[in-house]
Design a protein around this ligand. Structure first.
Ligand code: PEP
Ligand code: MN
Length: 288
């Protein structure tokens, strides 16, 4: 195998290949990443759901119980939030992590939450079942190396201005440190288009799955930034072969401290799940 990091997804470019540890070996399947019994990369697509940020016990617990009831496999919720403005809600920190652990113990749902800094990895790992490296940190190489030394599975989000080769190279950092449990997440990229928050690059899904053995999921919430677009893009993501979704859901989206305009209400989430099951069945898959 070529060890070069220079490759492109251009099918006419035969000189290039993805980095060695993330690259898909000929005829090999998708690697299965197990998050406390919930498997990414198998026949079942997994829906991760929950609020953008943990805001309060009531907000987290009501949202978590509802998404669990409607078939979410993993709970999301940020305790450390990467906000564009330093004056916006930054997250509850360890208090939020404790709430995530508590609702995990109640519902049994594994929890994914973001780690923004190498100094947070130890603390967050005490409470989380999966560590999220966010878009803004996809090229934070010390952080990638640190989570590469963790025993927990990693959800790596595509940088908002990252090419797929840069994305796979970021994943390579984690695998290179010994952690092979990485799930890739397409979350939209910055383009000239302004009608959506980001441009959700759904062609990245089959392209990444062709280049790499790692499971690939889609974030239609940050990918569009618009609540009413989330259901259709979620269905489209499953249709193009995503191994799962990460969807922001809030019990009162209009009161959310973070990303309410792109969060589904509890009813919208429960309406979406049966549709996702139908799309999954149409392509020979199921929803966890
Ligand atoms: C998030 O998932 O809450 C988040 C901040 O996402 P991203 O890193 O993709 O912007
Ligand atoms: Mn968010």
């Amino acid at each position: 195998m070529k060890m070069t990091s220079e490759f492109s997804g251009n099918p006419t470019d035969t000189n290039c290949s993805p980095p060695p540890r993330v690259s898909r070996k000929p005829s090999a399947g998708t690697t299965q990443v197990n998050v406390k019994g919930v498997c990414f990369g198998g026949k079942e697509a997994v829906v991760i759901a929950g609020p953008c940020a943990v805001e309060s016990r009531e907000q987290l617990f009501e949202t978590a119980r509802a998404v669990r009831k409607n078939g979410a496999g993993v709970l999301r919720g940020g305790a450390f939030k990467p906000r564009s403005s330093p004056y916006n809600f930054q997250g509850l920190g360890e208090e939020g992590l404790k709430m995530l652990k508590e609702i995990h113990n109640e519902t049994g749902m594994p929890v994914v939450t973001e780690v923004m800094d190498t100094r947070q990895v130890e603390l967050v790992s005490k409470y989380a079942d999966m560590l999220q490296v966010g878009s803004r940190n996809m090229q934070n190489y010390p952080l990638l190396k640190e989570v590469g030394m963790s025993k927990l599975p990693i959800l790596l989000k595509r940088g908002m201005m990252a090419t797929l080769d840069e994305f796979l190279l970021a994943a390579e950092y984690i695998l290179n440190m010994g952690n092979e449990n990485v799930v890739l997440c397409e979350r939209g990229i910055r383009t000239f288009e302004t009608s959506t928050r980001n441009t959700l690059d759904l062609s990245a899904v089959p392209m990444l799955k062709n280049l790499s053995h790692l499971p690939v999921i889609v974030d239609p919430s940050h990918g569009t930034g618009i609540r009413w677009l989330v259901p259709s893009m979620s269905k489209a993501a499953i249709a193009v072969g995503a191994d799962g979704l990460i969807i922001e859901v809030h019990y009162k989206p209009e009161e959310a401290l973070c990303d309410g305009y792109q969060s589904l209400s509890l009813n919208e989430f429960s309406d979406l799940m049966p549709d996702l099951r139908k799309v999954a069945q149409a392509i020979g898959r199921e929803i966890f």
